[in-house]
Design a protein around this ligand. Structure first.
Ligand code: HEM
Length: 212
C-alpha cells in the first residue's frame, strides 16, 4: 500500500508542477508536453520513457487498489464482530469512509480525466488539438460542471493523501513520540493542501478567464 502510494504521490507532485506551466503560456505548456513524449531522444524512440512511466503508474494503481481490498478483508476477518463503542480516531469510521469512497471517486475521475485531457474523447477540442488547447477548452464557463467535478475530485485527492501519508507514517512506527507525531500530522496536511491548491489553480483560473 505504502510503496505504491509513494509512487503515486511522486507522480502527483510532478504532474501538479507540470500543470502550473499553463500559467507560463501555450508554448511553455506544449513544450513541456512535447518533452514528456521525447525524454531520452534520440537515444530512445519517442514515448519510451513515457510508456514506461505509464506502465509503472498503471501497475501501481492496480496494486494500490488490490492492497486496499485485501487489507480491508484481512481487517474484517480479524474482527468479525463490530466494535460495541466507536472510537474517535484517525483510523475509525470517517477516515475509512473517506479512503474507500474517495478512492472510488478518484478512480472514476482518472477515467474521465484520461478521456478528457489525454485522448480528447470528451474534450470540445478533441484528440488532435494541442495539450494547451485541450486544457483551456476543458474548463470554459459553459463546462462549469467539469471544473466542479475536478474541484471535488481534487478535494478527495487531498483528503486521501493526507490520511494515506499519515497511515504510512504510522505503519513505519514514526508516530509514537508526540512531538514527532504532531510534526508529521502537520507535514501531511501541508503537503496535501499545497498539492490540492496547485492542481486547482489551473482549472479555476481558466474558468474565471484569467488564463485564456
Ligand atoms: C486539476 C487537476 C488536473 C489537471 C488540470 C490535469 C491536467 C492534465 C493534462 C492537461 C494532461 C495531459 C498531458 C499531456 O497530454 O501531455 C493530464 C494527463 C494525466 N493526468 Fe492529469 N490533471 C489533473 C489532476 C490529475 C490527478 C489528480 C491525477 C491522478 C489521480 C491525474 C492523472 C493523470 C494521468 C494518469 C495522465 C496521463 C499521463 C500520460 O499521458 O501518460 N491528473 N492531466
Amino acid at each position: 500500500m505504502a510503496v505504491t502510494g509513494a509512487i503515486l504521490v511522486l507522480f502527483l507532485i510532478g504532474h501538479m508542477l507540470g500543470n502550473l506551466k499553463v500559467f507560463a503560456g501555450a508554448d511553455s505548456f506544449n513544450h513541456y508536453a512535447e518533452w514528456l513524449r521525447t525524454v531520452g531522444s534520440p537515444a530512445l524512440p519517442n514515448r519510451t520513457a513515457l510508456t514506461i512511466a505509464e506502465i509503472v503508474l498503471g501497475i501501481s494503481v492496480l496494486l494500490h487498489m488490490w492492497a486496499a481490498v485485501s487489507l480491508a478483508r484481512r481487517a474484517a476477518k480479524a474482527r468479525p464482530v463490530k466494535y460495541a463503542a466507536k472510537r474517535k480516531s484517525q483510523a475509525s469510521g470517517y477516515a475509512t469512509h473517506t479512503m474507500r469512497y474517495g478512492g472510488v471517486i478518484i478512480a472514476l475521475f482518472v477515467i474521465w480525466h484520461l478521456l478528457d485531457m489525454t485522448f480528447g474523447a470528451v474534450n470540445p477540442k478533441g484528440g488532435d488539438a494541442t495539450p494547451y488547447d485541450r486544457m483551456i477548452a476543458g474548463f470554459q464557463p459553459d463546462r462549469w460542471w467539469v471544473a466542479l467535478f475536478y474541484l471535488v475530485a481534487m478535494a478527495m485527492v487531498g483528503l486521501h493523501l493526507r490520511h494515506g501519508m499519515w497511515s504510512a507514517f504510522q505503519t513505519l512506527g514514526l508516530t509514537r513520540r508526540p512531538n514527532v507525531r504532531r510534526g508529521l500530522q502537520t507535514g501531511a496536511a501541508v503537503v496535501s493542501a499545497a498539492l490540492v491548491l496547485g492542481f486547482v489553480a489551473a482549472p479555476f483560473c481558466i474558468l474565471i478567464g484569467v488564463v485564456k
